[in-house]
Design a protein around this ligand. Structure first.
Ligand code: 5RP
Length: 236
């Protein structure tokens, strides 16, 4: 399935493969979004088709739902599953406390809901995602379209009052039009460089009217499976 891969894709693939081995018969599995999570879905699909693995998958985006069905995984909604045994997803950054930035693919809202409804969240990532301090990757904040410019201004004012280093914000675009999430919302990316107190920032952002969710995953991830370009895998 993996064929000849570039080092980065190999790192993603081996992390996904290792995490797929944590999935057991009968499990309800949260399926993440992104290129690393897509490897996971393909690995699980192969296990379903060739080894008879029986699982039910809860996808975190329409993209992942389509891929899961395509590879033969039974897809159910979170409301049908109610609670999940494990969620496996990618990340844009993770730190030494296993806190994350997610949402580079714009699916952070469903990803956070699904991960929070799971006994265990396993992150799969190439080693390049490991950071000492979160924030070099722009922090995605999902906002409702109504009054998004006002919400953006409020976020900027708050960043100033919190003395956060970088304060630039940008509306994520899809070509000429604003990017739309699966829930019909927009994303404002915060270019912060370095997030001092991620827990506090996550709480403050979510208290603002207009903000639906932010991409900081604090105390949600249980283990990170780190893949290397030479095929090694480590657990954090
Ligand atoms: C999507 C996400 C992804 O998990 C994150 O962007 C990592 O993606 P990739 O595996 O393609 O690097 O949070 O919303």
């Amino acid at each position: 399935m993996a064929g000849e891969l570039s080092p980065i894709d190999k790192a993603k693939f081996v992390a996904a493969k290792r995490a797929a081995d944590m999935v057991e018969d009968g499990m309800r599995v949260g399926l993440g979004t992104g290129s690393t999570a897509a490897w996971l879905v393909r690995c699980l699909g192969e296990m379903v088709r060739e080894d008879g693995l029986k699982i039910k998958g809860v996808p975190t985006s329409t993209r992942t739902a389509e891929l899961a069905r395509e590879v033969g995984i039974e897809v159910i909604s979170l409301d049908e599953a109610r609670w999940l045994d494990i969620t496996i997803d990618g990340a844009d950054e993770f730190d030494g406390d296993l806190n994350l930035i997610k949402g580079g693919g714009g699916a952070l809202l469903q990803e956070k809901i699904v991960a929070t409804a799971s006994d265990q969240m396993v992150v799969i990532a190439d080693v390049g995602k490991e950071v000492e301090t979160l924030g070099a990757f722009p922090l995605p904040v999902e906002v409702i379209p109504f009054g998004w410019q006002t919400t953006k201004a409020l976020i900027e004012e708050t960043l100033i009052s919190m003395d956060v280093l970088g304060r630039q914000t940008s509306l994520r675009m899809n070509g000429e039009v604003p990017f739309m999430t699966d829930e019909g919302n927009h994303i404002i990316d915060l270019h912060l460089s370095r997030i001092g107190n991620a827990r506090q920032l996550a709480m403050v952002l979510n208290q603002m009217p207009g903000v639906v969710e932010n991409g900081l995953f604090i105390d949600i991830c249980d283990v990170v499976v780190v893949g290397y370009g030479d095929g090694r895998v480590e657990l954090r």
